[in-house]
Design a protein around this ligand. Structure first.
Ligand SMILES: *Cc1c(COP(=O)(O)O)cnc(C)c1O
Length: 333
């Protein structure tokens, strides 16, 4: 069954060899405080220490390295203001390729500057993410640039899967792996790797309660659109694409469940990461800890939670740590 999916364990092993030395093999540490709550050993995979601050560098690096020399010379393009944009900018530059990142005029100047600093050619177009994506499509059509999407691409999924391979190689007896879930590139890759090595390990996707496109799509049995709402876990926003080719089928086949978290729970996860573990993580990276704290995970053995990213606005982080502000108002619609 698993071998019929778009990305195999072999693809992920090949990705590990391809990106070796170009991404950080991140540490995995035991959490005594969470073990007490979970009633099982809990390991934290500290992927927020990855270069550019998230696992997205794995997929972007694997995708850029998988291009033919001619494709690489034409350059890569994406519409992303977040972690994928950062990762693709860095991965392309490291390989001597040009990355063009398209953004709308509404994107704050500091985000634009950050991606420019990583070496990307930033193009500001239109007033929405959709218009930025239209510019990407035009650059592909008219100028021959190669689009590298943030999740729905076999090379991207295989790259994210290298994180799962690191986990299951380090802890083959892992009973449960907790994976932040949005478009499903991370979850698909990690699940293919983990279950490829140990089919008994459960892989659970974690996302915010409202605006969870993959959860709604899995429930509907096909990709569906959901209304976007603001969340502390902003990296988990966005749809999965109505024409999804890779991640929906893989998540449907491989995930053992999806757990939803409220804004209050995500905030508690960020606070625990900071106060209990000394780690600064963004909301999307905190969902594993949040689910454990909320008692939403049952595991008969060792649990691994992936801390997927650290790119949070520091003022927002401070407010969450201090329990201030309206960040959680959305729990009460
Ligand atoms: C992109 C991202 C996710 C979700 O990954 P998908 O592959 O879209 O499911 C989770 N956490 C962080 C920090 C991210 O940047």
């Amino acid at each position: 069954m698993v071998s019929a999916l778009p990305v195999s364990l072999e693809d992920i092993r090949a990705a590990t060899r391809r990106i070796a030395g170009r991404v950080v093999e991140t540490p995995m540490v035991l959490s005594a405080s969470l073990a007490e709550i979970a009633g099982a050993p809990v390991w934290l995979k500290l992927e927020h220490h990855q270069t550019t601050g998230s696992f997205k560098l794995r997929g972007a690096t694997n995708a850029v390295l998988s291009l033919s020399p001619a494709e690489r010379a034409r350059g890569v393009v994406a519409a992303s203001t977040g972690n994928h944009g950062r990762a693709l900018a860095h991965a392309a530059k490291a390989q001597g390729a040009v990355a063009t990142i398209c953004m709308s005029r509404l994107v704050p100047e500091n985000k634009v500057a950050e991606i420019r600093r990583l070496g990307a050619d930033v193009r500001i177009v239109g007033r929405s993410q959709d218009e930025a994506q239209q510019e990407v499509d035009r650059l592909v059509r008219e100028e021959g640039l190669v689009m590298i999407p943030p999740f729905d691409h076999p090379d991207v999924v295989a790259g994210q899967g290298t994180l799962g391979l690191e986990i299951i190689d380090a802890l083959p007896e892992a009973a449960t792996v907790l994976v932040p879930l949005s478009g499903g590139g991370l979850a698909a890759g990690v699940a293919a790797a983990v279950k490829g090595v140990n089919p008994k390990t459960k892989v659970i996707g974690l996302t915010m309660e409202r605006g969870a496109a993959m959860k709604a799509s899995l429930d509907a049995g096909r990709p569906v659109q959901v209304e976007e709402v603001r969340s502390l876990a902003d990296s988990l926003g966005g749809g999965i694409g109505l024409d999804n080719r890779v991640t929906f089928a893989m998540c449907r086949e491989l995930l053992d469940g999806v757990v939803l978290l409220t804004e209050t729970e995500i905030a508690a996860g960020m606070r625990h990461a900071y106060a209990g573990e000394g780690e600064i993580i963004e909301g999307a990276g905190a969902v594993g800890i949040a689910a454990l704290l909320a008692g939403k995970i049952r595991s008969g053995g060792p649990v691994v939670a992936i801390l997927s990213g650290r790119n949070v606005d520091m003022e927002q982080h401070r407010r969450v740590i201090n329990g201030e502000g309206a960040a959680f108002a959305e729990d009460n619609p």
